[in-house]
Design a protein around this ligand. Sequence first.
Ligand code: NDP
Ligand code: MG
Length: 381
Amino acid sequence: MEKSVSLLGSTGSIGRQTLEVVRELGFRVSALTANSSVELLEAQAKEFLPELAVLYDERAAVELQRRLRGLPIRVSAGMEGLMEAASLAAADIVVTAVVGMVGLRPTLAALERGKRVALANKETMVCAGELVMETARRQGGEIIPVDSEHSAIFQCLRGCAGKGEVKRLILTCSGGPFYGRSFEELEGVTPAEALCHPNWSMGAKITVDSATLMNKGLECIEAMGLYEMPPEKISVVIHRQSVVHSLVEYQDGAMLAQLGTANMKLPIRYALTYPERAPSPDPPLDLLTCPPLTFAPPDEAAFPCLTMAIESARTGGTACAALNGANEAAVELFLRGTVGFNDIPRLVEKAVNSVKVKWNPTLTDILEADREARCVVGQGR
Ligand code: NDP
Ligand code: MG
């Protein structure tokens, strides 16, 4: 059935791949949003003719409005614009593919209207997992994960009679570009080196997170939220080939895994068409030529971000929002060349230890923990 999609973050890595899938499926587009990429958003808007195009940056939005003059497309800006894009009556599915905590309020707005959210934006689940799940339940909205590990788990849980059947969720992790190095050996690595991911081509922030293994830590927290599992029921294994996208271990010892090529279009397509599966034009995994599959434990001493994230999850309350805010700020400083690679875990640790934890947090408490953590990182660099 033809559906209509509001796509938040349409100019990014996930956003552009989502539009490829939308083209393949013949879906319509209700809204497109980005931060400041005027030219690409203009081209996308002219192709997909959404009713609304949003640039978060006010000045860029004025320029976009000038370029789209004469077309039946409204242009809006700021958080208000993102919220409107997420709430449009015409949108059946909201794809949240913005990077960072900025995706939280629009995601909540979509769920408040009972929509399906195809969620790539992991920072939202990390900061406010309980709030997001509670909103979805209350309003009859649904969250279909796009992150490849969580999509794999979602697929392996189909047919599962209840949470009691699940022994463990096992997230696979490529290990990133610095696999095998010690903490000391990571001291001088540059942004250019951190941006070379061995298996996936992604936006800058998540690529750095994959190099520190914070990405896997954030994904553990995301899995705890999405599948309502305690930290002790989540494990991480290093799997260099990125062929097995994650696994579910059941109580009887059965392990179900989802395998495929390293192509985000599969989880995106699945989130858009679920519970159906649409044919894909992309070549499938060839079992006869794919490399031997290997599995190893993560090196938590070399990559302390992974352990820190799991500890924040154990603490609960606003601890994960503080961890995430600090990480976003520290990664930005690293990408600008202001701090070193190992300063990321140092700054995150400092922020997590400084920001007072609040339990049963409201949205305001979460936004405040995020703000305070960013301040600590800003002062500590
Ligand atoms: P990109 O950096 O490639 O794209 C980010 C998108 O968000 C762009 O459209 C960007 O607009 C927009 N954006 C950035 N800041 C703001 C803001 N303040 N307000 C509004 N829009 C903003 O990121 P990715 O596509 O790689 O990742 C998106 C999300 O998906 C992240 O949360 C990531 O963790 C997750 N994810 C990504 C995967 C991947 O393969 N890339 C895999 C699994 C999860 P502009 O172009 O104008 O800057
Ligand atoms: Mg992932």
